[in-house]
Ligand binder design. Structure first.
Ligand code: PMT
Length: 418
């Protein structure tokens, strides 16, 4: 394989009718500066010739370790150690079952066991096979093992069935592969200046129940909080997330605790707090909840107006700051629509916070449910405020931790001088 390309991808092709789509995946990966080596199962070669892949990659296509023409006698080890990602397109029910069971009876399944690279599977199969209890079990098992999936979509299948089992669009498969590769690259190349820190983060919105069908909530997607979690993890911290309602999936390698309401989030945070050295309140926690929750659906018949009596929820951030010990740094967010900095400064004072990230959510490119943000960082004991212009939430998360790390160092120095 060429070492000059940005990423080395092992593309595994297993034996399904969608095997021909692996050619398009290969081409898109090559366009994205990836060096791709192909491994095929014996059944895959019934659908598509290894020669096609050999011509497109200019590499020997591995099917069988023991084939006399195989140039590398321990190919499954060498192949598996070189790759940054093992991507399987299509992943059949059979290869999924083998991976889940740790069976290594051919080149591809041996490579799966021998590789430490992240694994992304793009399954494609008949609907009944996809929905079969055995396949569901195997998929769940692999997810628990940390394997990523690009789930199949619904549509008309080759067998004329209409249902779920169709390979996801190749563009989406490649996009997900590149996201995994980029996040692995960022992880490996990040400074590890949060090593030893335990970061506890609240993320997403909360839901406050009105009756069995309705609730009060907000627009938080979790994107900002997850970006903070990824930055902390990449920089060496142990990360615990208390996750409210989010519309995006959490990152891998972090502890996740789910909480729907403000009260649940409060309980979870207080339980986890004793281990934390940095607390970050990125969640949009409801400030009020219905005082009385109706046991049955509130009917609208005969009512033109409905008045809900709301009561204040516990302020998680304030309670964390109040029970603060020497080692804990407390960071709050402030989502404001007017007098942003004044409100943020007063939050910092009132709640005794170390850092506040003030975001004016009326600005284009800032706030809820987008990938970018604009903010100002306020730091305790520091008159200078740091403006963060429009940037990705991921970049902003690193800027926040740059300030957290500086503050930690300053506090340690102040302690030593005392
Ligand atoms: O999730 P995204 O779609 O990416 O959007 C990101 C975001 C806009 C939600 C995020 O960047 C943000 O600003 N989060 C805080 C939103 C908020 O509720 O701000 P607030 O000003 O109402 O609260 C101030 C601080 O107190 C926040 O740290 C909040 O988590 C905390 N709080 C508030 C109320 C409460 N009962 N408990 C709390 O802990």
């Amino acid at each position: 394989m060429s070492e000059n390309k940005k990423f080395q991808v092992g593309l595994g092709v297993s034996g399904g009718i969608a095997a021909y789509k692996a050619i398009e995946v290969l081409r898109l990966l090559q366009k994205a500066d990836c060096d791709v080596q192909i491994a095929m199962t014996r059944h895959a070669t019934e659908f598509i010739q290894p020669l096609t892949f050999r011509a497109l990659t200019e590499n020997y296509v591995l099917v069988d370790d023991y084939a006399p023409e195989n140039p590398d006698p321990i190919a499954h080890i060498n192949f598996s150690q070189k790759i940054d990602l093992l991507l399987i397109v299509p992943a059949t029910a059979n290869i999924i079952a083998k991976f889940a069971g740790g069976i290594a009876d051919d080149f591809l399944s041996s490579t799966y066991l021998a590789s430490n690279a992240p694994v992304l599977l793009a399954p494609a199969m008949n609907t009944s096979m996809w929905e079969h209890a055995a396949t569901r079990r195997n998929v769940e098992h692999l997810k628990k093992d940390g394997v990523f999936f690009v789930e199949p979509v619904a549509g008309e299948l080759a067998c004329k069935t209409v249902g779920t089992g169709k390979l996801e669009d190749v563009e989406n498969i490649v996009q997900q592969a590149l996201e995994i590769l980029n996040s692995k690259y960022q992880f490996e190349n990040s400074k590890k200046d949060l090593t030893g820190e335990n970061v506890l983060i609240t993320i997403g919105g909360t839901r406050e129940v009105i009756d069995p069908v309705r609730f009060i909530s907000n627009h938080s997607s979790g994107k900002m909080g997850f970006a903070v979690a990824v930055a902390a993890r990449n920089r060496g911290a142990a990360v615990t997330i208390v996750r409210g309602v989010t519309s995006v999936e959490p990152p891998a390698d972090v502890k996740i605790i789910s909480a729907i309401s403000a009260a649940e989030m409060h309980r979870a945070v207080m339980r986890e707090l004793s281990d934390a050295t940095i607390f970050i309140g990125a969640a949009a926690v409801a400030d009020y909840r219905p005082k009385n929750v109706a046991n049955s659906k509130i009917k609208k018949t005969g009512r033109d107006f409905l008045t809900l009596e709301l009561e204040k929820t516990a302020d998680i951030l304030a309670d964390v700051a109040n029970s603060k010990n020497e080692k804990l740094l407390v960071v709050g967010f402030a989502a404001e629509t007017e007098n942003v900095l004044d409100y943020a400064r007063s939050k910092m004072e009132k709640k005794n916070l170390d850092l506040v990230i003030a975001n004016d959510i009326t600005k284009k490119g800032a706030g809820f449910n987008i990938d970018t943000n604009i903010a100002t960082i306020l730091i305790r004991g520091n008159k200078q405020e740091i403006d963060l212009p429009l940037m990705s939430k991921r970049e902003m998360a690193d800027k926040i931790f740059d300030e957290v790390v500086k503050l930690r160092k300053n506090l340690l120095t102040a302690d030593l001088c005392r």
